[in-house]
Design a protein around this ligand. Structure first.
Ligand code: GLC
Length: 750
């Protein structure tokens, strides 16, 4: 089924005419109103918050109890004092407010409702970092389309996703929300998800806009501590952090969210270079810039604004169009214009972008949502099946000693661990509207297969109380194999969840020690929102799966792989550190002047090289790594036609991949290059392509890549984006550290 793609980066003359006509009629107050986004409710008083949060955590009250309806909401809508609402999903309430906006406000400009639908609305998919490990952009496009279709049925037209922040630092909790460390893969996933969101078939007939975030550089927060400053050169910004946004905009994204972080001294939400020079002057992008939640007000604690009024001035002049929950534009923007600090033309340009988006979404023609649609749209069988496929393909086989996996269903299985029967944690760190009752646990999944099954949690997720040895040993006593399900709870990753130690929380390693002492064959199912540093556990286990937080079908997906109904194909999109001390560790690193692989300067009999004296440089598992129940052999790498190419040509390189094992399997064949000499230092490897192929036992396939030489361009010593002639290496392989190598050269000329 082809889907109509909305390209918000293409101006539509009819819409532009409507924008101008409206703008001419608007008072300054109405213009400011269009630039204000608020939640429909207000947080409770801080002194009640702790008690309420505890009740929400225990399930005593729903999360909605945390928020009290804003008493002035309808009046704000009626007077045109707000233009957008966030994180609502009740179509009745939205229609009621929309009716006031359209029928009672002076100009009848509809509201736009945005929300965080990060990896599913009610059908919850695996967390985005897991989704990326499928290396299946087509599947992610489908998942994003399902998420947006469900959200649209609730009255949401603006999806605050995809998060496209590249990051090489798993201490940062929000790596769970992105696609990992790689620029190329991050761009492919950003494009796929924007396409999925923006081709969603909105039941109400409206279009949907994506909002890639967080613009820009947020994934480089110092020390992996959320909201920390970043020190990014322009070259690193342009080489690493901007490309996934460029890919999202190329796919037609209609908006972008400005980030919290300071970019080398200038906060992202008041940064004229990124928000104007790059976004508007260079990229000519016409979409809406929405601030992150409070990011404008945070210019005051950042220390670049003395007060909220100054913060509002800096943000609007830098190019932030809409104020999400800062309460900065509403009270100060009109005053700033009146006193001449902010030209009204600047406000007009922001209002144009907001009106343009609302018109392109179809909000003026069809402002209301059919309230009967939501229940018939969510959790369809197709959506559940898709959630299962994504979960299955996201699971990464890290170890399988002696081919312990897949298990036979006849085995007596003990399922142990605090995440074995954990339901809410399967939904992961970023779901506002998912419900834990929709999720299947690993214990339930295993129960679909194992004839004889015992279970013990063994310990809590993060508590300091000891291991329940009696229960664990009793559960294991008759078992022939143990499936140990351990890792992070959903609330241990995501926003404001940076960790300084990435091991198993609480007493889980003590639990693993007890299980390992029994000597029973041990399958470890790791769960979490980031690579976990568990060297002891990796030693103790015979087999290890990284299952992340797999969404509503997590349990079934794990069991399908443990019992072999599905052959694992997931591949890591973040390098897996051996120790925290290695961080940041990533495959596309620079060579240094003293690489471990090269000639060091011998002194005192020891080569002085770039290394640790107490640890190898290499990660525990490399980028692109993932095992299978079969084996794949690579042969015959060929640089076809010619190995000497002008910049305008295309490199054609191929290799033969054979399934040399005994069962069908899917392999992600990866293409890497290295620019051996540049006018600036270049990464030792860069991913430039990949193909997912499924091969039957014994089947071989020639995998061919066509790489335009133009894609080898980089920001040279003069900060010009160009291809430099020179020698290159090229690899085709199963991950960032192995595969077949060839070479080619790019010559000067065109
Ligand atoms: C949060 C997040 C952002 C989200 C926004 C609205 O702080 O940084 O990703 O979209 O607020 O919930």
């Amino acid at each position: 089924m082809t889907h109509r793609m909305n390209q918000y980066n293409q101006l539509n003359p009819a819409i532009e005419a409507q924008v101008e006509a409206l703008l001419q009629q608007m008072t300054l107050a109405e213009k400011v109103g269009q630039l204000v986004q608020i939640t429909p409710s207000i947080m409770p008083d801080p002194d009640q918050l702790t008690e309420l949060l505890a009740k929400v955590g225990s399930g005593e009250v729903s999360i909605e109890a945390l928020f009290k309806p804003r008493p002035d909401l309808e009046e704000l809508v009626r007077t045109g004092s707000i233009g957008s609402l966030l994180n609502m999903a009740n179509p009745q309430q939205i229609n009621q407010l929309q009716r006031i906006a359209v029928e009672e406000s002076r100009l009848g400009i509809p509201l736009i409702v945005g929300s965080d639908v990060i990896h599913g609305f009610r059908t919850i998919f695996p967390i985005p970092l897991a989704e990326a490990c499928t290396w299946n952009p087509e599947l992610l496009e489908q998942a994003s389309r399902v998420a947006a279709t469900e959200a649209a049925a609730a009255g949401i037209d603006w999806i605050f996703a995809p998060m496209v922040d590249n990051s090489r630092d798993p201490r940062w909790g929000r790596v769970a929300e992105g696609s990992g460390e790689d620029v190329f893969l991050g761009g492919v996933m950003a494009e796929a998800r924007v396409r999925g969101f923006q081709t969603a078939v909105s039941p109400g007939g409206r279009n949907i806009a994506a909002c890639p975030k967080h613009y820009v550089g947020y994934g480089a927060s110092e020390a992996g501590r959320d909201y920390n400053p970043t020190e990014l050169t322009e070259r690193t910004l342009r080489e690493v952090h901007l490309p996934p946004f460029a890919a999202a905009f190329a796919a037609g994204a209609g908006s972008v969210m400005s980030a919290f972080n300071d970019i080398s001294g200038v906060p992202a939400s008041a940064n004229p270079f990124t928000l104007k020079t790059v976004l508007r002057d260079e990229w000519q992008w016409p979409g809406v810039v929405l601030s992150d939640f409070g990011a404008i007000a945070e210019l005051v604690p950042h220390g670049v604004a003395a007060n909220l009024k100054e913060a509002a001035r800096l943000a609007i002049l830098a190019g932030v169009d809409m104020d999400m929950m800062n309460d900065a534009y509403a009270p100060y923007l009109a005053e700033l214009v009146a006193e001449g600090s902010v030209p009204e033309a600047v406000v007009d340009e922001s209002v144009r972008r907001v009106l343009r988006l609302k018109l392109a979404l179809g909000l003026f023609e069809r402002p209301f949502t059919d309230e009967t649609l939501l229940n018939q749209t969510i959790l369809s069988d197709e959506a559940r099946q898709l959630a299962l496929e994504v979960a299955q393909q996201s699971i990464v086989l890290l170890k399988n000693e002696g081919d312990l996996l897949p298990l036979s269903p006849t085995k007596r299985v003990a399922v142990i661990g605090p995440l074995a029967d954990a339901r809410r944690d399967m939904l992961g760190m970023w779901t506002l509207f998912g419900k834990e009752e929709d999720a299947e646990t690993v214990l339930e999944g295993v129960g679909r297969y194992a004839a004889a099954l015992t279970h013990a949690a063994g310990c809590s997720l993060a508590g300091s109380e000891g291991v329940d040895e009696t229960a664990v040993l009793a559960a294991i006593d008759q078992a022939e194999v143990v499936v140990l399900v351990v890792g992070e709870g959903a609330n241990m990753s995501g926003e404001a969840r940076s960790r300084s130690q990435l091991g198993l929380p609480g007493q889980q390693q003590a639990l693993a020690d007890l299980v390992a002492q029994t000597g029973k064959p041990l399958v470890v199912v790791l769960m979490g929102g980031r690579p976990l540093i568990v060297p002891r556990l990796l030693e103790q286990a015979d087999a290890v799966l990284m299952a992340w937080h797999g969404g509503i079908c997590a349990g079934r997906a794990v069991a399908d792989i443990v019992f072999g109904a599905v052959n694992p194909s997931g591949k890591l999109t973040m390098s897996w550190p051996r120790r925290e001390g290695q961080i940041p560790v990533y495959y596309s690193h620079k060579s240094t002047g003293r690489p471990m692989t090269g000639e060091g300067v011998p002194q005192f009999g020891e080569p002085f090289k770039s290394r640790y004296i107490d640890l190898p440089n290499e990660p525990q598992f490399p980028f692109g790594f993932g095992g299978s129940y079969t084996t794949f052999e690579y042969a015959d790498l060929v640089v076809e036609k010619t190995a000497v190419l002008p910049p305008s040509s295309t490199l054609v390189v191929s290799a033969t991949v054979c399934n040399s094992g005994s069962r069908a399997g899917t392999e992600v064949v990866q293409l890497y290059i290295r620019d051996l000499v540049g006018s600036v230092t270049r990464p030792v490897k860069e991913l430039k392509g990949f193909q997912r192929i499924t091969l039957q036992p014994g089947e071989a396939q020639q995998v061919r890549f066509e790489l335009p030489i133009a894609e080898l361009a980089f920001w040279d010593a003069q900060m010009q984006h160009r291809v430099e002639p020179g020698e290159f290496q090229v690899w085709i392989g199963p991950n960032a550290v192995s595969g077949l190598v060839g070479s080619f050269a790019v010559v000067a000329g065109d």
